[in-house]
Design a binder for this molecule. Structure first.
Ligand code: C2E
Ligand code: CA
Ligand code: CA
Length: 582
């Protein structure tokens, strides 16, 4: 942990300021005695627990390499109070064997210390209670209350503070507190590309950065992998909370330096305030998490506050999730097909299968709305397999009905969650066998974002799919964070340029140049290119002039049901019958 502390410029600065403070402390005349505590948890936890009063305590290293906390017992009343707090809680802790520790409130700033767990008094010099026998703090308790990596108070400890905050507002409702969940966007990508150790060092640096800011008005915990939560003890207005959220985003957006590399981060925040009236810490944390989801759903790097509107949206989302569970069984799904055309001869080369849900009450629900819900509810696996089977069966029928020189292909969308399904390869192979289509006529589309959300895992699965002979296509290219040269590490056959580029090429010459550059690079890397969202004749003509390989879009056909798609294909073939193989 100590080496991790040195990992960033920020922590080096902190370390040197501790050293300076230490020298001052030891050379000061008015010190009457010195109490040393051996810290079994990192200083950040103690700082978080004691809040403001830490000014005046020094963190240092003992000769044995243990972290120490030294408190100068001068005439300063504040420092005496800190020591009292530590002693008081220590007493509670050792008496109660952990049972009564949650009643322990600090004498200081209203932040309750469940125990002084993590702190062991080792010596007192110059004072009356010299050579107090040191009390052993059981390691077990350290594990219970502090995060092993960052040393921050953990969820259990945080929940006990939340419980107390709720109890307080139940007595004095005017005293409003708030909970913020801070989730680092794309942390998995950073961690995967830098390595686990570096990812952990980054989390430690972030924990230090946040706790320094938060300690004057609240407490901080690490909730899980890349999520932190903050309890703001008291707030007057919503704007005050938003100002804190903005400040946190600003602080995290400064680059962190790790191994001489600058790392840029963004964060999404979910906020819930006690004004909504909560009875349990789980409830307020749940609502903050709902708000966080909403912020993440908006693309991240923003914050959301839980309110009546979020609540009603959450309820209707839950209703939709409930209905979605029944949709497969009730046969409410259907596939629509959008033709993919070759721009060299305007012929249909295949189709993209797009899922449609006919909800009994709501009517047609957009996949953009229900696919994310299916992913979150863990329903995307059965739904995705249904789509794959239907699409392959349809392709088999069409290949027989329309035997072309180059057999028709079928593009099927695969969600990120399907990629991490352990049985995916086995299930896809089984569907290919049962429907008897040639594997290279199936193209699986995976979005750039889902590849990049877990690149190492993706590469393994994609290689296995490629080994089965299936073609792979990166979807929505240009909306994620990858570069073409990085994507080249993945076994991809096709690159699909996102609609957003195409929709602007009519008006902006620059966009056309970007599309042209992407096309050329993709070719150099051995991929062919599909452009999606072609809506106008002008766009079509421009893309054709760029010699893009394939295109899709309303200009040719909207996604339509199987009958209409077959009709479209027939009409196209009638215009150029030479494509039929005999
Ligand atoms: P996508 O894979 O990028 O699919 C293309 C979307 O663009 C489709 O929306 C299609 O209807 C629409 N589109 C096609 N041409 C044009 C055009 O010229 N102009 C405009 N404005 N839009 C066009 P759709 O069908 O609503 O699907 C939305 C998204 O839902 C898809 O985006 C895909 O990410 C997801 N999705 C659809 N079906 C499935 C599925 O079976 N499995 C998974 N995992 N996701 C699916
Ligand atoms: Ca797609
Ligand atoms: Ca797309």
């Amino acid at each position: 942990m100590e080496t991790q502390k040195h990992a960033t410029d920020h922590s080096e600065q902190q370390q040197s300021s501790w050293q300076m403070a230490n020298e001052l402390l030891h050379n000061s005349d008015d010190i009457t005695s010195l109490v040393s505590y051996e810290l079994r948890a990192p200083l950040t936890s103690i700082r978080a627990a004691l809040g403001l009063l830490l000014t005046g305590m020094m963190g240092t290293l003992s000769p044995k390499g243990h972290r120490m906390l030294e408190i100068a017992l001068s005439n300063t009343d504040r420092l005496m109070r800190v020591v009292e707090t530590l002693e008081y809680d220590s007493e509670l802790f050792s008496n109660a064997n952990g049972a009564s520790h949650t009643n322990g409130t600090s004498h200081t700033n209203g932040t309750a210390l469940p125990s002084n767990e993590g702190i062991e008094r080792v010596n007192t010099v110059g004072g009356e209670d010299l050579a107090q026998p040191s009390r052993k703090t059981p390691i077990k308790h350290k594990r219970i209350y502090y995060d092993r990596l960052t040393g921050l108070p953990n969820r259990t400890l945080f929940m006990s503070w939340l419980r107390q905050a709720i109890a307080r507002t139940q007595q004095t409702p005017d005293q409003v507190f708030a909970v913020l969940i801070v989730a680092l966007d794309r942390f998995q990508v950073v961690s995967d590309s830098l390595g686990r150790m570096a990812g952990e060092q980054l989390l430690v640096a972030i924990a230090q950065q946040l706790s320094t800011y938060v300690e004057s008005f609240g407490v901080l915990t690490r909730l899980q992998e890349n999520e932190f939560a903050i309890l703001i003890h008291q707030v007057e207005t919503r704007d005050e909370i938003f100002a804190i959220a903005t400040e946190i985003q600003g602080r995290l957006s400064h680059p962190f330096t790790l191994y001489q590399q600058e790392i840029f981060l963004t964060a999404s925040l979910g906020i819930a305030s006690s004004q909504q009236g909560y009875e349990s810490p789980e409830d307020i944390l749940h609502d903050a998490a709902t708000a966080l989801h909403r912020a993440q759903g908006r693309g991240g790097n923003c914050y959301e506050m839980f309110d009546a509107q979020v609540r009603s949206e959450a309820i209707s989302r839950f209703q939709l999730e409930t209905d979605l569970r029944m949709a497969l069984e009730r046969q409410e799904f259907q596939l629509h097909y959008q033709p993919v055309l070759s721009l060299s001869n305007d012929q249909v080369v295949g189709f993209e299968a797009l899922l449609r849900w006919f909800h009994p009450k709501e009517g047609l629900v957009s996949p953009a709305k229900f696919i994310p819900i299916a992913e979150e509810a863990g329903l995307i696996h059965p739904i995705g397999l249904w789509v794959l089977r239907q699409a392959c069966e349809q392709l088999c029928r069409w290949q027989q009905e329309f035997p072309l020189e180059l057999p028709l292909t079928m593009n099927v969308n695969l969600s990120a969650q399907q990629l991490s399904q352990p049985r995916l390869i086995e299930q896809v192979s089984a569907i290919l066998r049962e429907t008897a289509i040639a594997p290279n006529t199936l193209k699986l589309e995976i979005t750039e974002t889902s590849i990049m959300s877990s690149p190492e895992a993706a590469i393994t699965v994609l290689e296995q799919l490629q080994a089965c002979g299936i073609q792979l296509c990166v979807d929505d290219f240009g909306t994620g964070y990858s570069s073409l040269s990085y994507l080249h590490r993945f076994p991809l056959d096709t690159l699909k340029i996102d609609r957003s580029f195409v929709s602007r090429i009519d008006s902006e010459g620059e966009q056309l140049e970007i599309v042209q550059a992407i096309v050329k690079l993709a070719w150099n890397l051995g991929m062919n290119v599909v452009v999606e969202g072609v809506e106008t004749l002008k766009q079509y003509a421009q893309l054709k002039a760029l010699r893009c390989d394939y295109a899709q879009g309303y200009f040719f056909s909207k996604p339509v049901n199987a009958e209409a798609a077959a009709l479209f294909l027939k009409q196209k073939l009638a215009m150029a019958p030479s494509h039929r193989s005999h």
